[in-house]
Write a protein of this length. Sequence first.
Length: 396
Amino acid sequence: MQRALNDIKVIDLTRVLAGPYATTILADMGARVIHVEMPGTGDDSRGFGPYVKGESCYFMSLNRNKEGITLNLKSEQGKEILKKLIMDADIIVENFKPGTMEKMGFGYEDIIKWKPDIIYGACSGFGHTGPYSDRPAYDMIVQAMGGIMSITSNLAGGEPTRVGTSIGDILAGIYTSVGLLAAIHHKDKTGEGQKVDVGMLDCQIAILENAVIRYFATGTAPGPVGNRHASITPFETFCCGDGVYIALACGNDKLWATFCNLVSREDLISDERFKSNALRTDNHSSLKPIMDEILSKKDSYEWVKLFENNNIPATTINTIDKVVENPQVIAREMIAETHHPKVGTQKLTALPIKFSKTPGAIYKAAPLLGEDNEKILKELGYSDEDIMKFKEKGAI
């Protein structure tokens, strides 16, 4: 099937999460991605659970649609093979600590001497410039340093809280894939390759959205406000009569008026404290107990049905088992299946971008460690005898 990136070849030197997430996006859109791992141990994430039949589901979810080769990049033979792989590729992606690739002789400035049109993706904790560039980073470190934890808590003024998914890594992966696609477009027009340098911390800053705007506008650093929105009211979670929480978003004055009419509280529309979104936000402490009292009068399913029937955005807060069975999620084919040679059928999240002409797809399970060694090496012109020698010398 024709896919958007069918003609793009990617050499993937990434591991764990941010880098593999970026290259998986490219693979889902049709790029040929060859994931390079260390012989014997492989990607660190092969050691992360949960496991099925000895295989890491964590690794499998982040490396579907890829081919796998093992290379010992401390050996001259391993470096020789990598150079051949890069010579035939459009993109190389790595997420090592800055300086690591240079020590191996495969930094951007090294590669462009013999492959000047390469697109070189570098995804790291703090990017390749600046005083923190050589620091190690993990998701929680950049969430903390980047400020998102300071505005996240289940309570207003509560304890700083890590976002429940690895948003530091994932956003860096997404931004890296966007940068690489932009670099491909530039190369198509000019023939020029370039380096795409993405730092996890930079990505955290980029998504701080109204928090940064509020600070520059007011001079006060925002803190956590619980589940409410800092600038829109009512826009938060409420406990209903059955003890189940719903999320309710009256994002403008029209929706607010509709809500008031539905709950037979027309008086709130003309209440001087609540006449506009700005006033409702300023008077949130007065409005919240009124909302709590109103929503405690019916069960969650009754409220959600009523609000949905009147075009007010509302939902129960789904647990993951409910999410994967949601009819909208199913209709949009967001849960895909692959067949893994050891695990068998495995369900995965799918590509959220829907193309009308070149659909993305999950068409291949993540590779076993070194699964495609012989195939890839023979494509590069190596013989069975060469491959045997590489194995004996620990190069693959």
